[in-house]
Design a protein around this ligand. Structure first.
Ligand code: ADP
Ligand code: MG
Length: 678
């Protein structure tokens, strides 16, 4: 029996060449073809001369005033000029290289022509002729095609497929939901997406198609989560509440509201038997590390080991020191493991780890080496999670038996992407800063003002403060990066030495040299640190109050915000100075946004708006699903509604047993797989 999984080869005229061309468009079955929707339409309705604009494609109706004139320039090049009287005005319509059209134009006859309007010349390049009466000539759907297949051919195939298969198109969105949101049924969606009578029909179809697409996507995610949970593949961590409370009460400060909420969300996950997969996001300095420490401590009271993986050695060392201090009163044994841990110490650590004498292991990629074996790893924290690949995160997870995983990021994910890309992850957000912290003051200056910047810097240095200076980012050229940084370093040496010490940090230095410089900077032996961004400057130097960024317009918003987060970590007022002569409007908007707000969440939304969702993390690695009709940013409300409906269904009828859910069940059985989820 025929159904939508039939191959397109069953259609007329589909031979090997077209099969290949269709395959390149992602079309193999009738289903693929019917859901290969147009990306726009051309409205062929007749328009009034004074409601059209330059270069618009429109249909005009008029009377042919004279026999058209055909001029030939060469064997295959010619021009047909038709004079058309439209609303008391003569409009010249030119058709190129279609001499056979000459006979279609009979003087004194009314005709409608579709073409591209030239406002200045008050003329048109003709593309299509309509002889039918009336003003309504329907809509033309425009598809993405390739060399091997033309619009016309594709449309013909879709038409044939639709005529043959339309009654076989199954419903996937439950009828109750369709009724509630007044959505078209699936046959109507497909029919009107491809062959709308008018704009209103096309719009109605699109609206329903977007909901359908988002809804089915969210259902896939819900189902996936359901599978993970029902297997009960995690371990319930029974932490000892009094001990955890004691630990929290010994902290030198009160937790912020956001921290408390994050701690509660994590605790709930830990208690439950499913494997936690949670992202904790919050600006630099919002107190994520403390939250992670509480969670790790809880896991320890439940009898498990924990691990914290960070992207750089400097950061690992700093975390190790911070956490060791926090855990000092609680009889918790911590250890640091990085690439530069000496062999002997390493052997001892690995042994203590195997026997369970170490409670918390902190380190870099060194943690995922094969020789690292835990006794019972139950809780894993990954800081700056986006800096690690999927495989690396997986490797660390596999050091334990389904440990709970907490990932942390200071690059907040816009809410649109939290629902889509990270649909399989739970998200906790800390939106406020601990009390008493002064927001960084940001200003944007032009290159010609860089002398004033140095004067300002001199003032700050006189108050015993320190500064970061970030040199321009030259994409794809480390050599150029280094040259730039060196030149900038010379400038600062000339201006500030010997009174203050200036140092250069760049990506081609080895780890030992980098560490030595960072240590000297944090101990105020260096006052000005000139650096390329290639270098991770993710280190706490509370005395650094100035961040100067050259050619700031070359950086993305999230990168700028990260850099700014390096200052303002102490009690003194901090400053971020962006030096830029932006060349386009988007760069101007980025500078303006940086000056306007210190809120990383707000900036991430702005970033998304300015760059489009595909660019946020680089299209490929973002794992952002490739929606065909809907736009997760522009259609966010629909996405949200679709998510709520999907959640509702799976919380009340997880196995999709209700009659109204049978279509959905069948759909998910065929198309339920989601790519890219790790
Ligand atoms: P993050 O990891 O989010 O960048 P940290 O956890 O390192 O932030 O915290 C930044 C600084 O703020 C640390 O010195 C930490 O001790 C301090 N801190 C954290 N939470 C609070 C709080 N609730 N009140 C005051 N200071 C806090
Ligand atoms: Mg941190």
């Amino acid at each position: 029996m025929a159904d939508l999984s039939d191959s397109v080869t069953l259609l007329t005229g589909v031979g090997p060449k077209r099969i290949q061309a269709l395959k390149e468009l992602g079309i193999a079955t009738i289903h693929d073809l019917l859901y290969h929707f147009p990306f726009r339409y051309e409205d062929l309705k007749v328009k009034d001369l004074n409601e059209i604009s330059d270069q618009e494609k429109v249909t005009l109706k008029g009377i042919v005033v004279a026999t058209p004139i055909l001029t030939r320039f060469g064997p295959n090049r010619n021009r047909l000029v038709v004079r058309l009287l439209v609303q008391q005005q003569v409009v010249i319509v030119t058709f190129f290289n279609q001499p056979w059209l000459k006979d279609r134009f009979v003087p004194d006859q009314e005709i409608a022509i579709f073409g591209k309007w030239d406002q200045r010349r008050q003329s048109m390049t003709g593309m299509k002729i309509f002889t039918a009466q009336g003003d309504d000539h329907g809509m033309d759907a425009i598809y993405s095609v390739n060399k091997g297949i033309h619009q016309g051919v594709l449309i013909k195939l879709i038409k044939e497929a639709f005529d043959k298969y339309k009654t076989l198109i199954p419903e996937s969105v439950p009828a109750s939901i369709r009724a509630h949101y007044r959505l078209l049924n699936e046959q109507q969606i497909v029919g009107q997406m491809h062959f709308p009578k008018d704009n209103a029909e096309a719009k109605a179809a699109r609206r329903s198609a977007i909901f359908r697409e988002f809804f089915l996507f969210e259902c896939k995610i819900q189902r996936l989560r359901g599978i993970e949970r029902s297997v009960g593949n995690g371990v319930a961590l029974h932490y000892q509440l009094p001990a955890v409370q004691e630990f929290i009460s010994k902290l030198p400060f009160e937790l912020t509201h956001g921290q408390k909420q994050a701690v509660n969300e994590i605790a709930k996950d830990m208690k439950s038997p499913h494997q936690m997969n949670r992202l904790l996001q919050g600006d630099v300095g919002s107190g994520k590390t403390v939250v992670a420490a509480i969670a790790m401590f809880s896991a320890i009271t439940a009898g498990y080991q924990t691990a914290l993986m960070v992207p750089t050695e400097i950061l690992a060392t700093q975390h190790f020191e911070k956490l060791s201090a926090l855990f000092a009163t609680m009889d918790v044994k911590t250890a640091l493991l990085t690439g530069s841990t000496p062999t002997k110490a390493r052997t001892q650590i690995l042994e203590a780890l195997r026997t369970g004498k170490i409670n918390v292991l902190i380190g870099t990629h060194a943690l995922i080496q094969d020789t690292v074996n835990f006794k019972n790893l139950g809780f894993v924290v990954i800081d700056e999670q986006h800096r690690f690949g999927v495989d690396q995160r997986k490797k660390l997870r596999e050091k334990g038996i389904a440990p709970d995983v907490l990932m942390m990021t200071a690059t907040p994910i816009p809410r649109t992407l939290a629902i889509t890309t990270y649909g399989e992850m739970d998200v906790s957000s800390i939106r406020e800063m601990p009390q008493g912290r002064l927001p960084v003051k940001t200003s944007w200056v032009k290159n010609k003002q860089s002398e004033q910047v140095q004067t300002f810097l001199a003032g700050q240095l006189a108050h015993k403060n320190q500064a970061f200076v970030i040199s321009p980012l030259i994409e794809e050229s480390e050599t150029m990066d280094l040259k730039n940084a060196q030149a900038l370093y010379e400038t600062y040496v000339t201006a500030f030495e010997p009174k203050y010490k200036v140092a250069l940090l760049h990506g081609q230095m080895n780890n030992a040299d980098k560490n030595a410089i960072m240590t000297a900077f944090s101990q105020d032996e260096i006052q000005i640190l000139v650096s390329t961004t290639v270098v991770e400057v993710g280190v706490d130097v509370p005395n650094a109050t100035v961040m100067i960024i050259y050619d700031a317009d070359r950086f993305g918003l999230s990168q700028l915000h990260q850099l700014r987060g390096r200052v303002g970590r102490g009690v003194k007022q901090a400053y971020c100075i962006l030096i830029a002569d932006p060349k386009n409007d988007i760069a101007v908007q980025r500078m303006t946004a940086m000056v306007a707000t210190n809120d990383g969440f707000e900036l991430s939304e702005k970033d998304l708006e300015l760059r489009g969702p595909g660019d946020v993390f680089g299209a490929k690695q973002s794992g952002l699903p490739d929606f065909k009709v809907g736009d997760p940013v522009a259609d966010f409300n629909v996405l949200q509604a679709a998510q709520i409906e999907a959640q509702q269904i799976f919380s009340t009828d997880p196995d999709l047993d209700l009659p109204d859910h049978q279509g959905l069940k069948t759909y998910l059985r065929h198309f339920g797989a989601i790519e890219q989820l790790d």
